[in-house]
Design a protein. Structure first.
Ligand SMILES: NC(=O)c1ccc[n+]([C@@H]2O[C@H](COP(=O)([O-])OP(=O)(O)OC[C@H]3O[C@@H](n4cnc5c(N)ncnc54)[C@H](OP(=O)(O)O)[C@@H]3O)[C@@H](O)[C@H]2O)c1
Length: 307
């Protein structure tokens, strides 16, 4: 838990008695937890530093086994029973066991190991939301900034599954992997707009920015004819200033898209159409180290915590 606002040093392991599940709740013994930048941003003070919000239990996504079921615990795909292997998409899952609403519990696809099941939803639903907002169609060309990141890799795969041509910006070390996913990689930095033009001689229809830099905004706005087909998940100030789309936060449209995409996304993952790349796993007690490494330049893919 985050016991103060600051850097990863404010994280502590705290022993708590788990309450019995109430109406519509289940207990899940956690097997793996997905790590996301929002986890460390929340206690960094970036979203305010009201001390009444402390301590904060972190996390958004996990996989595990149901060990207890409260009355009327029905998930999005029907009744939940003890022993079910599940994916949880709910706040506060940095724990060895959690009490969560049944509505946030989905069956774990049989084809996914715990780590992959824990790491697909937060990044995958964000990518799905972004693709919906830019209305990407088969045969179109999209630029994805930060294509080798957690969200970027899912956006690349989902865009390819829609039949789009994908240009992805990334460090050179990640280019071979992006090529293996069917994307055309280009290095970000000075001269990016020319490199993208060369990679997409027929033009660019839409852009997804997962990094929030001025470069990503400038290049997207220069290449995409329609501002409403440029979406960012991280560059909120530029989006407000320049009139392109920003998603995330308390946005009812994002909530609707992401909720309806949970099951189709897990089905695509089960079929192997999209895969979660695991960059590194850490023991849950070393979440602070995971956050320090995730905030720095790191290997492509998701970080996972194991309780
Ligand atoms: N709004 C939302 O709903 C929402 C949801 C999820 C995440 N987010 C935010 O989106 C951002 C990305 O999340 P993530 O999980 O994908 O993080 P991540 O896994 O850390 O990926 C970020 C990627 O950005 C790339 N990168 C770094 N500097 C770059 C630059 N100057 N230009 C282009 N790419 C650069 C890195 O790739 P290389 O190794 O190739 O440099 C890195 O892999 C975070 O700020 C996160 O908080 C927002």
């Amino acid at each position: 838990m985050a016991t103060a606002f600051g850097g990863p040093e404010v994280l502590e392991v705290i022993d708590e008695q788990l309450p019995a599940p109430g109406v519509g709740q289940v207990v899940v013994e956690v097997r793996a937890v997905g790590v996301n930048p929002i986890d460390y941003k929340r206690y960094s003070g970036a979203f305010g530093d009201d001390p009444s919000t402390l301590p904060q239990r972190l996390g958004l996504e996990a996989s595990g086994v149901v060990t207890a079921v409260g009355p009327d615990a029905v998930g999005p795909q029907g009744p939940i029973t003890v022993g079910d292997e599940v994916v949880v998409y709910a706040p506060g899952v940095y724990a060895s066991a959690v009490v969560v609403p049944a509505a946030a519990v989905l069956p774990k696809p049989a084809g996914l190991v715990w780590e992959h099941a824990a790491g697909i939803l937060a990044t995958g639903l964000t990518a799905w939301d972004a693709l919906e907002r830019i209305r990407l169609q088969e045969g179109e060309t999209v630029v994805i900034h930060g294509a080798a990141g957690g969200v970027g890799l899912l956006a690349v795969q989902l865009a390819k599954a829609r039949g789009a041509t994908v240009i992805g910006t990334a460090r050179e070390v990640n280019h071979d992997y992006l090529r293996s996913l069917g994307a055309t990689p280009v290095v970000y930095g000075h001269g990016l707009v020319e490199r993208v033009r060369e990679a997409a001689p027929g033009g660019v229809d839409a852009a997804i920015d997962t990094v929030g830099t001025d470069e990503a905004a400038d290049v997207s706005l220069e290449l995409v004819p329609e501002k409403q087909r440029v979406v960012t998940i991280a560059g909120f100030e530029r989006a407000a200033r320049d009139g392109f789309v920003a998603i995330g936060g308390p946005d009812p449209e994002s909530a609707r898209i992401r909720e309806s995409a949970r099951i189709p996304l897990l089905e695509l993952a089960d079929a192997g159409t999209v895969v979660t790349v695991i960059a590194k796993t850490f023991p849950l007690a070393e979440a602070a180290r995971a956050h320090t490494e995730l905030a720095a330049s790191h290997a492509s893919g998701k970080f996972i915590l194991i309780p």
